[in-house]
Design a protein around this ligand. Structure first.
Ligand SMILES: [Zn+2]
Length: 351
C-alpha cells in the first residue's frame, strides 16, 4: 500500500485514518508518509524516529512551519473509517488526521511556494510531554523547527485559533497543631485554616485580557484538596492544589508572582508549569495567513504544541479541519467540507 498525495483528498484522508497509529505505533504510518514525500521532487525529507520532516529550499524570503502529529489516542472500536453522508467517522478523524492529510496533499501540490515550507509529521503528541518527538528534535536539531511562523493543524473547525493559554499547578499548604479531637482546644485545625484559601478562590475574579488582538480568559481553580490522618485527630496539615490557566501575556515569573499574591500569608509551592504562547497575529506574515484563510481568529483555550514553537521564538497558530470538541470522542468525525476549506486556504496562502 502507498499514499497517493495527488489524487482524491477524501481517499487520502481515509487511507491515513485506516492505518492505526495509536501513540507508540506510528511506525507503519510514518513509513508511508516518508515514502510518499520522498517521491516528491521538490522536497528534502528527513526521518528521526517516527517523525518525518520535509522541506522546500526555494530560497524565498521567510520560512513557515506546518505541523501535525501522526498518533491518536487508543481505538474504541472506531476503525476502519466510515463514510456517513458528508462526514468521515473513525479514530483520528478529528484529532488530527484531517490536518495530516491536508498537509500531505499541500506538500505535494506546492512545488514552488511563495515562502519556503517545513512540513512536520511527528509522533507521541497524545502522551507525556517528554515522549513528544518535538521535545527531542528541539534539543537535537533545533534548525529543523526553525521558521518565521508556524501552523499546527490541530482541529479548530477550520478557524484560526491563536496562541494558547499557559498552565501551572501549585500547592497551598495550611499548618496547624495535631491533637486528640476530644481535646481539640489543645490543637489547631489545619483544614479549618484552609477555608480562607477556598474563600479567596471563590471570590477570585479571573482576568479577561486582550493579547495580540485576541481575548483570553483566565481561570484559577482548586483541583484537589487533602488533609487529615484519622477520624479522631485534629489535622496539622491541609494541602489545596490549585490550577492556574493564564493568558499568554504572563511569563513564568509573572504567573507565579500572581499566585503568591493571591495566597499571600500561605505557604505556596509550584509543582509544574507550561508557558502560554502569544498569537503573534500582529506580524505581517501572520496577517498574510489570516487574510488568505479568512474568518475571524479566536483565542485558543487549552495548551497545544504552539507553545513549544513560541518558546523557540516561532509565533504559531492552530488551524485545522474538524471540531476540537470531537477530539478523542468515540464518535469522532471530520466534516468533508473542512478538509477542502483547509486545503484551499493553505494553497491560497502559499501558492
Ligand atoms: Zn491533537
Amino acid at each position: 500500500m502507498s499514499l497517493d498525495l495527488t489524487g482524491d483528498l477524501v481517499v487520502l484522508f481515509r487511507a491515513v485514518v485506516d492505518v492505526e497509529s495509536v501513540s507508540g505505533n506510528e511506525g507503519p504510518l510514518a513509513d508511508l508518509v516518508e515514502e510518499a514525500l520522498g517521491a516528491v521532487p521538490h522536497l528534502r525529507v528527513e526521518r528521526d524516529g517516527d517523525t518525518v520532516i520535509a522541506r522546500t529550499h526555494t530560497g524565498q524570503a521567510g520560512r513557515v512551519v506546518i505541523a501535525g502529529h501522526l498518533d491518536t489516542v487508543p481505538v474504541a472500536a472506531n476503525l476502519p473509517s466510515r463514510l456517513d453522508g458528508e462526514r468521515v467517522y473513525g479514530r483520528g478523524t478529528a484529532d488530527m488526521k484531517g490536518g495530516v492529510a491536508v498537509a500531505l496533499a499541500c506538500a505535494a501540490a506546492l512545488s514552488s511556494p511563495r515562502r519556503d515550507i517545513t512540513w512536520i509529521f511527528y509522533d507521541h503528541e497524545e502522551v507525556e510531554a517528554e515522549l513528544n518527538s518535538l521535545t527531542r528534535i528541539a534539543a537535537e536539531h533545533p534548525d529543523w523547527l526553525a521558521g518565521d511562523f508556524a501552523v499546527l493543524m490541530e482541529p479548530t473547525g477550520a478557524v484560526v485559533e491563536g496562541g494558547c493559554q499557559g498552565t501551572l499547578r501549585c500547592q497551598v499548604t495550611t499548618r496547624g497543631v495535631a491533637a486528640h479531637s476530644a481535646r481539640s482546644w489543645l490543637g489547631h485545625n489545619a483544614i479549618h485554616e484552609a477555608a480562607e484559601v477556598l474563600e479567596r478562590l471563590a471570590a477570585y475574579r479571573p482576568r479577561e485580557v486582550e493579547v495580540g488582538g485576541l481575548t483570553y480568559r483566565e481561570g484559577l481553580n482548586a483541583v484537589a484538596i487533602s488533609g487529615g490522618i484519622a477520624g479522631n485527630v485534629v489535622p496539622d496539615e491541609c494541602v489545596v492544589t490549585v490550577n492556574f490557566r493564564f493568558a499568554p501575556d504572563r511569563d513564568e515569573a509573572d504567573a507565579t508572582a500572581h499566585c503568591r499574591n493571591v495566597f499571600e500569608g500561605f505557604e505556596v509551592v509550584f509543582v509544574d508549569f507550561a508557558p502560554g504562547a502569544r498569537p503573534g497575529l500582529d506580524l505581517p506574515i501572520a496577517q498574510e495567513f489570516v487574510a488568505a484563510v479568512g474568518g475571524v481568529p479566536r483565542a485558543k483555550f487549552g495548551w497545544t504544541d504552539v507553545a513549544r514553537f513560541s518558546t523557540l521564538g516561532v509565533p504559531a497558530v492552530n488551524f485545522g479541519p474538524a471540531d476540537p470538541g470531537k477530539a478523542h470522542a468515540d464518535d469522532e468525525f471530520c466534516p468533508i467540507a473542512d478538509l477542502f476549506t483547509c486545503r484551499d486556504a493553505l494553497l491560497r496562502w502559499l501558492a
